[in-house]
Design a binder for this molecule. Structure first.
Ligand code: GLN
Length: 486
């Protein structure tokens, strides 16, 4: 059910918030043993929150925008009093004493917390397999990964375990799992949504955003979570426009650019390419003008990101030293061995790999050759986008070069895993808003995602184009035999 429909049904008394929550909880009980999308289900709190909404309805109070909507939250967003693990042994027992701004805004607008979802450890990965608490399965085919790092949130929405979820996106972690699971995932402009209370991975790239079953629902949630936050110094002061009122405005006159370098890439699956190009044709029939654009440095994004993101991560993760909070080894003899052993035992292999790469890239002899050079390439990538947006309003690419891969298939070769972020990373490097939404299915019946990228702070147009494509294509109604299998 869409958020707007829930709101209407609640208002009319056709359903209660308690019933909405109960429905989700029983769905979770039925399917989550197979999926492992949730690390924790906050059943009691969800029922209590729902009761408060029902009481408010009974008292005739006006309801806030997300009243009664059951949400799942990626477990790297701090929730006061609710364990927040980042899917790491390091934070296995961490109960935050404060609430992240985004979740606080959700609860203030009436949303209900159903539970916390699985992710790759500290959001480092593309498959949710690096979680210390077991991987999550793709609801369309349990032998496949749901994508990552927000795989738990994507799978939960796809399997109908919640109405919506939040994830975080540093290099594609909202959009890639959205595409693998056949749902909508939005990464807002860097700074549009507060990062306060999001456990930091790479601070110049991280951004929080929603997973939903429709673009209109994404717009509803962005409306609530967007806006300046004095507690996040990188949060933008720009006013928050109305994201829902212009979803149906005419598209005629808009120009959509197909990024040549993505479609020419040899790693792109032919089925994905075909489906995304068919989606572009459909957009054309809705009145937009299609043009081919070139972003010559687009494919350098991956090499750039894998210097910058680990560098920032190595600094951000220095705080887990066994002293202040988090895991502490029991075996130590002195301060040095305590820190060393705590980090050795508390972090998994992918996190250690990133810390090593980042520390190397920032070390005195190499910082010019790696980190500073990567920052220069980042500027070139941003300039490519600036040039492209002189001619077009929106850019279009596939979200991921392939559909969901099989569990374990990239684990032995981290670089092949990194390549699955090829098409999503450039938007993070340039700070641009981008959305993934379903555009079709491959021969195995797995969802394919299309990515639309907007100019800085142009979420209004991004959502407008995405919404009208979604309405016209009606991908989920026209899906081949088979379904989300659970
Ligand atoms: N898959 C990418 C990585 O491992 C992106 C992760 C993310 O966006 N959090 O770094």
């Amino acid at each position: 059910m869409s958020i707007a429909k829930c709101r209407q049904q609640l208002k009319l008394g056709k359903i209660s918030a308690r019933e909405l929550v109960d429905e989700q909880l029983s769905r979770i009980k039925k399917v989550d043993k197979k999926l492992n999308a949730f690390l924790e289900v906050t059943e009691q709190r969800a029922r209590a929150d729902a009761k408060r909404i029902d009481d408010a309805i009974a008292a005739g109070n006006s309801l806030p925008r997300l009243a009664g909507i059951p949400f799942a939250i990626k477990d790297n967003l701090c929730t006061k009093g609710v364990t927040t693990t980042c899917s790491s042994r390091m934070l296995e027992h961490f109960v935050p004493p404060y609430e992240s701004t985004v979740t606080e805004r959700l609860w203030n607008s009436g949303a209900v917390l159903l539970g916390k979802t699985n992710l790759d450890e500290f959001a480092m990965g593309s498959s949710t397999e690096t979680s210390a608490f077991g991987s999550t399965s793709n609801p369309w085919d349990l032998s496949r990964v749901p994508g990552g790092s927000s795989g738990g949130s994507a799978a939960a929405v796809a399997a109908g375990e919640c109405i919506a979820a939040l994830g975080s996106d540093t290099g594609g972690s909202i959009r890639q799992p959205a595409s693998f699971c056949g749902v909508v995932g939005l990464k807002p402009t860097y700074g549009r949504v507060s990062r306060w209370g999001l456990v930091a991975f790479a601070s110049s790239l991280d951004q929080v955003g929603p997973f939903t079953t429709s673009v209109a629902d994404s717009a509803e949630i962005l409306q609530v979570i967007a806006g300046n936050d004095p507690r996040d110094a990188t949060s933008l002061k720009a006013p928050v426009p109305n994201y829902t009122e212009s979803l149906d405005d005419s598209l005629s006159g808009l120009r959509v650019g197909l990024i040549k370098e993505c479609f020419d890439h040899k790693g792109l699956s032919q089925q994905v390419k075909k489906s995304v190009l068919a989606a572009a044709d459909q957009l054309q029939s809705l009145g937009v003008e299609l043009v081919e654009v070139s972003c010559p440095r687009f494919n350098d994004g991956i090499a750039t990101y894998y210097v910058i993101a680990p560098s920032e991560a190595s600094a951000n993760l220095a705080r887990y030293d066994g002293v202040k909070y988090g895991f502490r080894s029991k075996e130590f003899e002195n301060l040095i061995s305590m820190t060393t052993l705590s980090r050795t035992e508390g972090f998994g292999p992918e996190v250690k790999r990133r810390i090593l790469i980042g520390t190397y890239a920032l070390s005195a002899g190499y910082v010019d050759a790696y980190y500073k050079k990567a920052q220069r390439v980042r500027t070139l990538i941003r300039r490519d986008f600036e040039n492209a947006f002189k001619n077009v309003d929106i850019l279009l690419t596939p979200t991921s070069p392939t559909t969901a891969f099989t569990v374990g298939s990239h684990l032995e070769d981290p670089v092949s895993m990194y390549l699955s972020d090829l098409l999503t990373i450039p938007a993070n490097l340039a700070g641009l808003p981008a959305i993934s939404l379903p555009c079709g299915f491959d021969q195995s019946g797995l969802p394919i995602g299309i990515q639309l990228i907007g100019n800085v702070l142009d979420e209004v147009r991004l959502l407008q184009v995405a919404h009208q494509y979604e309405q016209a294509a009606d991908v989920m109604t026209n899906k081949p035999a088979g379904d989300c299998i659970l």
